[in-house]
Write a protein that binds this ligand. Structure first.
Ligand code: OGA
Ligand code: MN
Length: 295
């Protein structure tokens, strides 16, 4: 079958047809999906009842896997529900039961309800994320995406000039701090050491510029912190206005793939103490830093 993509939104997001993720892909299929990602930044594949192994095989077509771990989470290896290569984006503990309301893993994971770009807190931030909906919530739990290219284009020239060379500090400490979650050990704090990222980035293939925003931002280098936070807050508000946003309502066995260099995303509320939502993510490592710094 040939890969075809139907637009889901006037600016970005496409629905893919003609691909079976349980099978090895041809070079042509991989190229068509990559080209679709460059253009749409978010692709939706329906009815993909895949195993973890198949998700990993499909993901490896697009680059090197980024491994979750102490740099991106508070979950200890012994408490992991999934194998090391998969980020567990579910609301489930090792026994496949929803976390208790006051479980600190749940508190930490609530950070995904803030607009963010995956792994922007790593010196080399992520390229793609691939999220597989194994069990989806009955109501709520949509994943929303915002087009950061459109958000950049919509800025006035003065703002574009003002932010062109700005560099931000990103850390999980900042995104979790916004939720009032600061019950972290010294080891966790050390793992979440801030990194630097450009605020405006250019896509390596299309040359399009985008705003590199994320809830993980806490500072702008050289700026007073409140002034930095208020600018980031303003930019985020403008960048996530309804016309730039697509909301994905999950069907079981959807796989949604997004380019973290071009979009932000967040998950919406659902009854995560009662309902099971089993979401598993593979992540493709980025190829470069946006600012030179120690890795
Ligand atoms: C993620 C994420 C949103 C969701 O997988 O990176 O933020 O819908 N998930 O669970
Ligand atoms: Mn995410």
């Amino acid at each position: 079958m040939t890969v075809s993509i139907r637009p889901l939104h006037p600016m970005f997001c496409g629905e893919v047809d003609g691909v079976d993720l349980t099978c090895a892909l041809t070079q042509e299929e991989v190229a068509a999906i990559e080209a679709g990602m460059d253009e749409y930044a978010v692709l939706v594949f329906h009815d993909q009842n895949i195993t973890d192994e198949q998700q990993l095989d499909f993901s490896r077509n697009f680059g090197t896997l980024e491994l979750p771990g102490a740099a991106s989470n508070i979950t200890k290896t012994k408490d992991r529900r999934l194998r090391a290569e998969l980020a567990d984006v579910s609301n489930l503990n090792r026994d496949h039961k929803p976390f208790d309301r006051d479980d600190r893993h749940r508190m930490f994971n609530l950070g995904n309800r803030l607009w963010h770009s995956d792994s922007s807190f790593r010196a080399v931030p992520a390229k793609y994320s691939l999220l597989s909906g194994r069990i989806v919530s009955k109501s709520g739990g949509n994943t929303e995406f915002a087009d950061m290219r459109a958000a950049y284009n919509a800025l006035d020239d003065r703002t574009k000039a003002e932010i062109e060379d700005l560099v931000c500090e990103h850390s999980l400490l900042y995104s979790r701090g916004k939720l009032g979650f600061d019950a972290l050990s010294e080891e966790e704090i050390a793992n979440f050491k801030p990194v630097r990222q450009k605020l405006v980035r250019t896509h390596p293939v299309t040359g399009r510029k985008s705003l590199y925003l994320s809830a993980h931002i806490g500072k702008i280098i050289g700026w007073p912190t409140p002034e930095a936070r208020v600018l980031i807050q303003d930019l985020t508000e403008d960048a996530t206005r309804p016309e730039f946003v697509h909301s994905h309502k999950w069907r079981q066995y959807d796989l949604v793939m997004w380019d973290n260099r071009q979009v932000m995303h967040r998950v919406r509320r659902f009854d995560d103490v009662a309902e099971v939502r089993d979401m598993r993510r593979t992540t493709i490592a980025g190829e470069e830093m946006t600012v030179e710094q120690a890795a």
